[in-house]
Write a protein that binds this ligand. Sequence first.
Ligand SMILES: *Cc1c(COP(=O)(O)O)cnc(C)c1O
Length: 458
Amino acid sequence: MSKEKIPYKTYLEENEMPKCWYNVRADMKVKPAPLLNPATLKPATIDELSAVFCRELAEQELNNTDAYIEIPEEIREFYKMYRPSPLVRAYCLEKKLGTPAHIYYKFEGNNTSGSHKLNSAIAQAYYAKKQGLTGVTTETGAGQWGTALSMACSYFDLKCDVYMVKVSYEQKPFRREVMRTYGANVTPSPSMTTEIGKKINAEFPGTTGSLGCAISEAVEKAVSTPNTRYVLGSVLNQVLLHQSVIGLETLSALKKLGVKADVIIGCAGGGSNLGGLISPFVGEMLRGENEYDIIAVEPASCPSLTRGKYAYDFCDTGKVCPLAKMYTLGSSFIPSANHAGGLRYHGMSSIVSELYDQGYIRATSVEQTDVFKAAETFARVEGILPAPESSHAIKVAIDEALKCKETGEAKNIVFGLTGTGYFDMVAYQKYNDGDMADYIPTDEEIAKCLSKLPVQPE
Ligand SMILES: *Cc1c(COP(=O)(O)O)cnc(C)c1O
């Protein structure tokens, strides 16, 4: 094997890792819409946000002006345990597809939590510690975020309360045990430990919960516990900021290789990995330096960008969080039981929504069985068993590479491989048994949920 062909590469040295996160909002002429106080419909202030979030994170949330924000030394030290993450040229996949395209993927599954979520978890835990807090609360659906946060909290010796959607708590006992191993207190949601949980349990006996409901419980727990704040693993501007480390490394590695990306692809749940991967590239577009074809991939069962509405909406079922302007299916939308748990959110990051609205990125939706077919192809030739969420990006990368085969174009395709799928073997089992269903919501179902959007500000 020639040196060129070593398939697993970081291309970057440790000392080439970014020292600052990149805040794409600074380069956006039209800024993403601000979070609103649901009671007054006025932009949420730093003091209002600081009651729920750590002060410095609330500042990052509202910072639309600083393009670069320094990554504190302590966070960079932690990043060194698993970063720079590999950027891999998918030679074997290219060969398998017979495409002239060059395919690269940025692999974020290279840490125990198994996904990119650790990049923001460690930052949020750091700021909580720095503020002198004793603990944080959060929700988790599929479990990746809860796992990442548990690791980050154990590193900084913080108490970690995780509300885990009840159906996942029961179906994913191993995820739960990883969190407990790292010292987190995991509660199935809806629980009897919060007022909102009791209310939901009384109204819907036997409910298996939802992400929106778990968020409400975690927020209530945070604001009612001394020295505790709530943290969230996606959607927010601060999370996209931390995840820009993915894009910055990707851009540096490609520059080092002398490669200019043509197509950049990421899966989109709340938009954090996609936003982080594309931020530095979009920055170049916003400054008129380069052009890229950027594709957000979402599940056909939860199509917020491709079929949702761009409007202010609630972020949670209990309606305790600020309102966010985003592409949304309505906070009452409960996606069908698809297996990409991390992509089952009704809304989308305000930054990604605004970039999409302005035409800087495009979006497409894909069906579950096609996604697992792509995952299987990828696993068999590239070795990594991908997370179902990540496999949405693989599916579209393969489609784009096959288009190149038809046209003979040797495009450079870059996609985000956000994580591994070892805790998703029930989903793989369904696929292997031929028992996997595709579900696409009807226009009527979506319209019904969109009819319950809150009153829009003037
Ligand atoms: C959570 C998760 C996602 C989706 O979240 P985003 O905020 O949209 O990035 C994607 N892939 C994996 C592996 C995840 O855990």
